[in-house]
Design a protein around this ligand. Sequence first.
Ligand SMILES: Nc1nc2c(c(=O)[nH]1)N(C=O)[C@@H](CNc1ccc(C(=O)N[C@@H](CCC(=O)O)C(=O)O)cc1)CN2
Ligand SMILES: Nc1ncnc2c1ncn2[C@@H]1O[C@H](COP(=O)(O)OP(=O)(O)OP(=O)(O)O)[C@@H](O)[C@H]1O
Length: 215
Amino acid sequence: MDSENESGDAPCFGHLLVGGHPVDPDTARDVARFRRAERASLVAARALPSVEREMATDALIDGLDRIVALAQGMTVAAYWPIRGEPDLRPWMRKVYDAGAHVLLPVVIEEQAPLEFRTWSPDSRMARDVWNILVPADGAPRRPDVVIAPLVGVDKDLYRLGNGGGYYDRTLALIAPKPRIIGVGFSGCWLPTIFPMPWDVRMDDVLLSDGTHLTR
Ligand SMILES: Nc1nc2c(c(=O)[nH]1)N(C=O)[C@@H](CNc1ccc(C(=O)N[C@@H](CCC(=O)O)C(=O)O)cc1)CN2
Ligand SMILES: Nc1ncnc2c1ncn2[C@@H]1O[C@H](COP(=O)(O)OP(=O)(O)OP(=O)(O)O)[C@@H](O)[C@H]1O
């Protein structure tokens, strides 16, 4: 007798599980290829001349001032800029000065959820798995608000990021769910990112031309 055929396991043909969701592997492969190509052109397109970049960043900070009501003790996850992302460090300083806690994402391990650690202007910094500057120490904290850098965004508030799947993995686990605000320069628009079951929708999108979408 063939013991393999005696196994009680359900047969599983042709599906992948991503974050617990069944996904057709051909679709996943096509979407990954599409996203890789879009990422490359969107990142290239955001290489703005420095005056334009400064004006766009100031506009984003004005927008954040309008839509995020800072309160003593709240936790706001920002990010340390890489690859031409908007540099929100002046806003991080404002958040800190308002008595809220600024958190930064830390990749502890590839293909695993992020950890958020408290940052202050005098934090000792180290580099994470992706060589991004992160607070060297501190306990993991749960964010009330997450500012997520956009590579791309679509009208349904789905985010295209740097391609690690880190925010999706992390945000799916945090309870209660934080308010997720995507920020980017005005050239981030895509007709669709072809959302997949693991993609977590954002609550707000803020672009440097003043666009503010909410749902
Ligand atoms: N400033 C900032 N910090 C952040 C993030 C971010 O997007 N911005 N992250 C948000 O997640 C995490 C880091 N995410 C990263 C995700 C992918 C790659 C990366 O280099 N990926 C490969 C392959 C990409 C692809 O498949 O297209 C590469 O670019 O070579 C780097 C960092 C945590 N910290
Ligand atoms: N919740 C999850 N659990 C397991 N794997 C996941 C999860 N979310 C995403 N992934 C994996 O990560 C890969 C990249 O995802 P995606 O294209 O959505 O990244 P991204 O949102 O652009 O990246 P990032 O959040 O790091 O900026 C996917 O192909 C998928 O395999």
